[in-house]
Each structure stands twice: as structure tokens, then as C-alpha cells.
Design a protein around this ligand. Structure first.
Ligand SMILES: Nc1ncnc2c1ncn2[C@@H]1O[C@H](COP(=O)(O)OP(=O)(O)O)[C@@H](O)[C@H]1O
Ligand SMILES: [Mg+2]
Length: 373
């Protein structure tokens, strides 16, 4: 495969060179791992949690006797899928000798059956698991964690999109996992997810199984000056000149939300312009919004009028404060406070808006900029 040469990745982690800062957060996570503590990592979607986890794992890559496993729980819908996913990404990666590993696993497990599967894209072999219909979640998890303990290595497991377990039809997953998490001597965990309030209540509410068991880390935007300098340097590295002022223009327009900043920088970089100026950058912003326009029109169809006007009102304020106040309602023709309340709840449930320090924002930065226009 051709090497990716754009220094602004927009999909996955591409190594430390294209990763900006996060030094404090990286050190904090490493320190927790070294000292045997688990961490819960939350932020807005697309702010950089997954990237940070991979960056931390990159630092651990060559540590002898230590292994790290990244697991995305987002696609899982049940305890059976959780167990298969967990098995695949931990047990299935313990030994590069797949045949030997398979034999050992097959001997050890009762309801979990390993088999070799070839990746449809790369052709590389990997181990997948099937689970007998009459499996017992507790028993299977117990076997997985016992096997991992027996490996004698120090393990770090990142469970990304951890709030997904609350969507399973089985409602005891939180309590079930907790006993294994707490009982594991040589396994440290990072729980990560975008539903800050949900994850925080899992780990903060008395009476919830994970109460007070973790360090909490809330990931904010990358610091303005550090990110601006990083962007300028990456352009300079390819003999292009982007002024600090223009890098800051991008950061501000993208509200410092990592994914959106990366996307604009990626697009700008791909244009091969020696010295993009303010005019060129402003035009790029408009082009990106235009491309997304069909999606936005579709949102328009899916929302009620009141929801749409509220969304627009919030976007135009750029951090709306009194959305139930008379002034805001009048300006945006929103009806009564109680109808605003209903619309607000609906938009929040759809994750189209979020609240931060008493101010409301449209979650998708580009949609927000388009609505402002
Ligand atoms: N520190 C960083 N420097 C550069 N790009 C980053 C950084 N953190 C995240 N990204 C990029 O931003 C995008 C969103 O990050 P991601 O980690 O997927 O967010 P989250 O997991 O919080 O939804 C990804 O394309 C990722 O490559
Ligand atoms: Mg993520």
C-alpha cells in the first residue's frame, strides 16, 4: 500500500510524527498504568480519545513483558458480542504463532471456539471466536480473564466506546465486568467514551458497580498555540508557507475541535499551494460546507420546524446561553419555553447539540458554520 504522506490524518492514528501534543494527557495515562490504576477517558466525539489511546500504546510498544490491546465496543450489541470481541482482540493476539495459540485456546475454553480467519483485505490470518448458544457470560468472562492472568505479562486493555454496554439487552453487564476488572492483578484498563455524563455517572454514582474505582480524565481541545505552531511546521516541512495567523484562523473557524481542524488542514495540504492566503482558506471553508450541503438538507427533512429553528438559533449565537429566555425565543420564532424544552431534548438525544458551561453548541462544527451562514 502506498504510504500516506499527508501529515494531517483524518481517520486513524498514524504515529507520533503526525500527532500533536497531548503530552500531559499521555504522561498522566502512562503514570496511571505504571501505578496500577484504571482510567476513564471522556470527551466530545472526534476530539481525540482514540488517537490518544493509540499514542499511549505507541509509547508502550517496546516495553518488555507488557502488552496492550485496543478494543472498540461500538459495534457490539450484546454480551455474546462483547465476549467474542474481547477474546479476538486479547486472546487472539497473545502469540503470533496462530496454530500453536489456537491449539492452546481450544484446549482451555469450553464454550468459546477459536478458528483461523483470513482478513478479506490484507489476507493476513487472525483468530476469530464463536460462542456456543448455551454459553454463560460470567463463566466465559471468567475463563478469558483467567487465561489473560496466566499469561504472566502486564496487560493494558483499552475499552473504547465503553458506554455501549448500557445498550445491551442484558442489564447486568456493568456489574459483571466490574468483578473481573477489580479482580485482575496484572491487567490495567482504560475506559473511554463520548457520553461524558453517562460514563461519569457509571463511575461516580454511589451504588453503581464502578463507583470511585477510576481516575477520571476529560479531554479538551489541544492548546491553541501548540496546535497553531504544529500546523505551520507541518506545512513548512513540505516547503509551503502557512502563516501563524492563518493556522489560527483555521483553529478558530473549527472551534479547536480536532477532527474538523485535521480535515481542513488535510484538504488544504492536498491542494499543493505554496502559500495559501486568507482568501484561499476562506474559500476552502465554503467549499467544504457546499460539499456537505446535501447532508444538511436531509437533516432539515428529518427534524421538526421547531428543532430546526432551535438548531439554527444555537448555531448563530456561537454558544447560546439563554435558549429558554424570551429574547432568544422571539429572535428565532420558537413558540413557548416548553416547546423549546421539547426540541432541546430531542436535539440532545440525537446528539446534534451539546451543553458546556451553560452554553449550547451545535455538535458538528461544519453544520454549525453552515447554519450560521
Ligand atoms: N493529537 C492529535 N493530533 C493530530 N490529530 C489528532 C490528534 N488527536 C486526534 N487526532 C485526529 O482527530 C480525529 C478525531 O480523533 P479521534 O481520536 O478519533 O476522536 P474520538 O475518539 O474522541 O472521537 C482523528 O482523525 C484523529 O486522527
Ligand atoms: Mg474514538
Amino acid at each position: 500500500m502506498e504510504k500516506i504522506s499527508n501529515p494531517f490524518p483524518v481517520i486513524s492514528y498514524q504515529g507520533p510524527d503526525s500527532f500533536c501534543d497531548r503530552q500531559t494527557e499521555t504522561e498522566k495515562l502512562l503514570e496511571a498504568i505504571r501505578n496500577g490504576r484504571n482510567t476513564t477517558l471522556t470527551s466530545l466525539r472526534r476530539m481525540g480519545k482514540t488517537g490518544l489511546i493509540h499514542h499511549v500504546f505507541e509509547q508502550l510498544k517496546n516495553k518488555k513483558g507488557l502488552r496492550s490491546f485496543y478494543i472498540d465496543l461500538y459495534p457490539t450489541l450484546s454480551q455474546a458480542e462483547l465476549i467474542r470481541t474481547l477474546a479476538k482482540h486479547t486472546l487472539g493476539k497473545l502469540d503470533p504463532n496462530h496454530i500453536k495459540l489456537m491449539r492452546e485456546l481450544a484446549n482451555f475454553f469450553t464454550h468459546l471456539r477459536p478458528h483461523i480467519q483470513y482478513d478479506p483485505v490484507s489476507g493476513a490470518p487472525g483468530i476469530e471466536f464463536t460462542l456456543d448458544a448455551h454459553f454463560q457470560a460470567e463463566h466465559s468472562l471468567d475463563q478469558i480473564f483467567s487465561y489473560l492472568e496466566r499469561s504472566g505479562q502486564q496487560l493494558v486493555i483499552a475499552l473504547d466506546e465503553f458506554q455501549q454496554i448500557t445498550e445491551y439487552k442484558e442489564k447486568n453487564t456493568e456489574a459483571l465486568l466490574r468483578s473481573f476488572v477489580q479482580g485482575s492483578q496484572n491487567i490495567r484498563f482504560i475506559f473511554s467514551g463520548s457520553h461524558s455524563s453517562m460514563l461519569q455517572s457509571m463511575f461516580r454514582d454511589q451504588g453503581r458497580p464502578f463507583y470511585q474505582s477510576n481516575d477520571m480524565m476529560q479531554l479538551g481541545p489541544i492548546e491553541h498555540e501548540i496546535y497553531a505552531r504544529f500546523i505551520v511546521e507541518k506545512f513548512a516541512g513540505a516547503k509551503r508557507k502557512l502563516s501563524l495567523e492563518n493556522a489560527e484562523r483555521i483553529l478558530d473557524w473549527c472551534r479547536h475541535h480536532t477532527y474538523y481542524v485535521q480535515l481542513i488542514c488535510n484538504r488544504l495540504y492536498s491542494r499543493d499551494i505554496r502559500q495559501p492566503d486568507e482568501w484561499y482558506i476562506e474559500r476552502l471553508f465554503q467549499e467544504v460546507l457546499q460539499e456537505n450541503q446535501p447532508v444538511y438538507y436531509n437533516y432539515r427533512k428529518l427534524l421538526t420546524n421547531n428543532q430546526w429553528y432551535l438548531l439554527q438559533g444555537i448555531a448563530r449565537e456561537q454558544g447560546a446561553r439563554q435558549v429558554m429566555g424570551a429574547e432568544f425565543i422571539r429572535k428565532n420564532a420558537l413558540g413557548t419555553p416548553s416547546s423549546v424544552q421539547t426540541a432541546l431534548q430531542a436535539l440532545q438525544d440525537k446528539e446534534m447539540i451539546f451543553e458546556e458551561e451553560g452554553r449550547w453548541w451545535v455538535y458538528d462544527v461544519f453544520l454549525s458554520r453552515w447554519l450560521e451562514g
